[in-house]
Design a protein around this ligand. Structure first.
Ligand SMILES: [Mn+2]
Length: 327
């Protein structure tokens, strides 16, 4: 049975939880990590036993490891849950990459998300497609229940907001997003420190990856599509891991005239020759999640992803064709 739950109802539940497992999607981004940290800190402040679980084993993106508590996150197989445990799944459009059987053991699974293609996999679902980030939904939950947001929680919520809006540049940067940012700053979020940690502390290995991606870049469709790719060898040469790919695509999307940017990267932990594709639409005129859906992926209208088997040449050809029909 799935049902909808309101912000206030989640806030009320939070005050009476006995045990929580707080989780997000595989290859978590700034929003997913901001969510799990903010909710874990709230659980801690409320005195609720809890843990953070992040599926997969790949290292977490280094730019977010300043957030407190991520070093204690459980990785690999999902922790065993009991009927007294509530699973909170954050910023996660589907349960595909989660252990669905393991989730069923929990007393309830609360799905809190803002992806428009969310599959409503929770026993209770709080979906807000207008929210700029999933941390915005958490913020609204905390505010509706008068749950005190301290400086550390404010910082974690701000991390999700600033990364999912592309530093308040994307079209999802609503007045509500700016109002939330202002409130978080008043609550103690250090916006300059966050910007420094996330955007001005880049590992050299990541810079080398970006350099390689730019060297490789191809422009197609009269400059409307910018594509590049990174192989396992590229990662080895740069001394980089998969978690350092986040943000590489931004160097492609910023070029004048580019309406869709695409990056294909070979998976290092998956099957050899399998690629993860990231897609960005710069002006929102093309729904890149529809392109990603063709290969079993998904996401937002302007930011989507998929995983597909190679060969690389076929994937590149398919991308040019698929984007070409939509430009
Ligand atoms: Mn998000």
């Amino acid at each position: 049975m799935t049902g909808d739950i309101t912000h206030a109802e989640v806030a009320a539940r939070l005050r009476s939880e006995r045990q929580m497992v707080i989780m997000a999607h595989e290859n978590p981004d700034g929003d997913a990590l901001g969510c799990v940290v903010a909710l874990a800190l709230m659980a801690q402040n409320l005195g609720i036993p809890h843990c953070i679980y992040l599926p997969g084993r790949a290292p977490l993106p280094a730019e977010y490891t300043f957030l407190p508590g991520l070093d204690r996150a459980l990785r690999g197989p999902m922790p065993k849950m009991e009927a007294t445990t509530t699973a909170y799944v954050l910023d996660c459009a589907t349960a595909n990459r989660l252990d669905v059987e393991g989730l069923r053991c929990a007393g309830a699974c609360i799905n809190i998300d803002h992806h428009h293609d969310n599959t409503r996999f929770g026993t209770l679902n709080l979906l807000d497609f207008e929210a700029a980030s999933a941390t915005q939904i958490l913020f609204d939950i905390f505010m509706s229940g008068n749950l005190p947001i301290d400086a550390r929680i404010a910082t974690a919520l701000y991390v999700g907001l600033t990364t999912d809006t592309g530093r308040f540049q994307y079209s999802n940067t609503t007045p509500a997003a700016h109002r939330m940012a202002a409130r978080l700053q008043e609550m103690g979020a250090d916006v300059a420190a966050v910007a420094h940690e996330i955007y001005e502390s880049m590992a050299l290995s990541k810079v080398l990856l970006i350099r390689r991606a730019l060297e490789r870049m191809q422009l197609h469709l009269d400059g409307g599509l910018a594509v590049s790719w990174l192989t396992a060898e590229d990662f080895a040469e740069a001394g980089a891991d998969e978690s350092q790919t986040e943000g590489v695509i931004d160097s492609l999307r910023m070029i004048k005239g580019v309406r869709v940017a695409a990056l294909l990267r070979e998976r290092l932990n998956g099957a050899r020759g399998e690629y993860k594709g990231s897609l960005r639409s710069t002006d929102g005129s093309i729904d890149v999640s529809a392109v990603a859906h063709q290969r079993g992926g998904g996401g937002h209208l302007q930011a989507a992803g998929f995983t597909a088997a190679g060969p690389l040449e076929d994937l590149l050809e398919w991308l040019v064709r698929e984007v070409g029909t939509r430009l």
